[in-house]
Design a protein around this ligand. Structure first.
Ligand SMILES: [Mn+2]
Length: 358
C-alpha cells in the first residue's frame, strides 16, 4: 500500500492557502497594497490598460524614480523598418514578467516609483529632428524631474537623444556598458550624421560618453574594419568569442576597470544575442551571446552607478512567433530591476510605486 495517510493529507490541506496569500512577507505586502491600487495579475484582465510591467501611466514624470518610455522610431534603418513596433510589443509581453525577480529576490515596484512615461511623439518625419529634439525633450523632462530613464526602442539612434538629455541634465560624460553585435562607431553616411551605425561615434564627439570608460560586449560579424574609431579612442571592445573563451567574470573585471564609480549608461542592442535566439531584429548576427550571458552581465552591473539604460533594435515585423519579443521583454525587466537596485543604492530609501486605480 502506497496510499498517502489521512494525517499527511490533512497536513497538506492545511497548507492549501488562498490565492495571493504568501509566507514571503515582501510579496504578501506588495500584493495587498498594489492590487488595492489597481495592479492586476489576472490573466483575463484584458480590459486593463497595460504599461511596461504594469507601471502606472503618467504624462508628468514629477516624483518618479524611474521613467520607462518608448521610442518608436526606425527611420535610420533604410528599407528595414519595424523597430517602431518595439515598445508596443514589449508592453504586450510585459504581462508575463514581474513583479518579482527570482534571481535577486527584489520587487522593483517596492523599491522605486516606476512610471510608464508613454511613447515619444514625433514632431517631424526627419530622423535627426526626432532624435535630437523629440527624444531629447522627452528624456530631458524625465531627467529634469530627477528620474532615471529606461527607454525601449526603436532603432539604436534613439540612444543618442537620451544620452544628449542625460548628459546635459547631469552635466557629465558617462561611462558606457554597451552590449551589441556592432560597435556603432561608424562614420556618418547616407545623409544623417547620427544613425544606428554611428550613434556612439557621435556620442563621443559630443562628449556624452567617455570612450576611455566604455566597454562594448559581444561585438562580431563582418565589419571590424568599420569600428576603427572605437579602437582608436580607447574603447574596450570585447568580441563575442572572448566572452565565450574567458567568461562573464572576466568581462566584468574589464568593465570594473573601465567604468569605475562614475555615472554609467547601459545600452543593450538585442542583436548582441545570437541569431538563433534573436532573429526578431533588424541586423541579426550568428555566433553571439546567450540570453543567460546577457542576463548575467546585467545582474553583475549592480555594483556600478547606472543612471540610465535602454534596449533597442527589437523588430516585431521579423518576429513571427513572438519568441524574440518574449526574450527581449524578459531582459528589459532585468534592466528595470538593475536600475531599481542602483536607484535605491543612490537615494538610500525606498519609494514604492503608487498606482491609481483605473
Ligand atoms: Mn547592433
Amino acid at each position: 500500500m502506497a496510499k498517502v495517510s489521512p494525517q499527511r493529507l490533512e497536513s497538506y490541506r492545511q497548507l492549501d492557502a488562498a490565492a495571493f496569500e504568501f509566507k514571503n512577507t515582501q510579496v504578501q505586502s506588495f500584493f495587498a497594497r498594489a492590487q488595492a491600487q489597481g495592479y492586476n495579475l489576472d490573466p483575463e484582465a484584458f480590459h486593463q490598460h497595460q504599461g511596461f510591467f504594469q507601471a502606472p501611466h503618467v504624462q508628468d514624470p514629477t516624483g518618479a524614480d524611474i521613467a520607462v518610455f518608448g521610442c518608436p522610431c526606425d527611420l535610420g534603418a533604410i528599407g528595414l523598418g519595424g523597430t517602431r513596433h518595439g515598445p508596443r510589443a514589449v508592453r504586450e509581453r510585459s504581462r508575463f514578467f514581474g513583479p518579482y525577480n527570482d534571481a535577486t529576490g527584489q520587487i522593483p515596484f517596492e523599491q522605486c516609483q516606476i512610471v510608464d512615461f508613454g511613447d515619444v511623439e514625433w514632431s517631424s518625419a526627419q530622423l535627426n529632428v526626432r532624435v535630437e529634439q523629440d527624444i531629447y525633450q522627452h528624456a530631458k523632462r524625465a531627467a529634469e524631474a530627477g528620474a532615471y530613464t529606461l527607454s525601449c526602442g526603436g532603432e539604436h539612434t534613439s540612444s543618442y537623444g537620451v544620452l544628449k538629455a542625460l548628459s546635459e541634465v547631469h552635466d557629465d560624460s558617462f561611462s558606457l556598458i554597451h552590449i551589441d553585435a556592432h560597435s556603432d562607431t561608424m562614420a556618418s553616411w547616407g545623409g544623417d550624421a547620427v544613425n544606428d551605425g554611428s550613434v556612439f561615434r557621435q556620442a563621443v564627439l559630443q562628449g556624452f560618453v567617455d570612450p576611455e570608460r566604455t566597454v562594448q560586449i559581444g561585438i562580431r560579424g563582418r565589419s571590424d574594419f568599420l569600428w576603427e574609431f572605437a579602437h582608436d579612442t580607447g574603447m574596450k571592445v570585447i568580441s563575442a568569442d572572448e566572452v565565450f573563451e574567458k567568461g562573464v567574470a572576466w568581462v566584468m573585471d574589464c568593465v570594473r576597470e573601465r567604468v569605475g564609480a562614475e555615472k554609467t549608461y547601459f545600452s543593450f542592442d538585442v542583436d548582441g544575442l545570437d541569431s538563433s535566439y534573436m532573429m526578431g531584429t533588424t541586423g541579426p548576427e550568428p555566433f553571439g551571446l546567450t540570453p543567460r550571458q546577457v542576463r548575467d552581465i546585467i545582474l553583475a552591473s549592480r555594483e556600478f552607478d547606472v543612471i540610465g539604460a535602454d534596449m533597442v533594435e527589437l523588430n516585431p515585423n521579423r518576429d513571427s512567433n513572438q519568441m524574440a519579443s518574449h526574450l527581449a521583454t524578459g531582459l528589459f525587466f532585468e534592466l528595470l530591476c538593475l536600475l531599481a537596485d542602483c536607484r535605491l543604492k543612490s537615494v538610500g530609501r525606498a519609494n514604492p510605486t503608487r498606482w491609481l486605480k483605473i
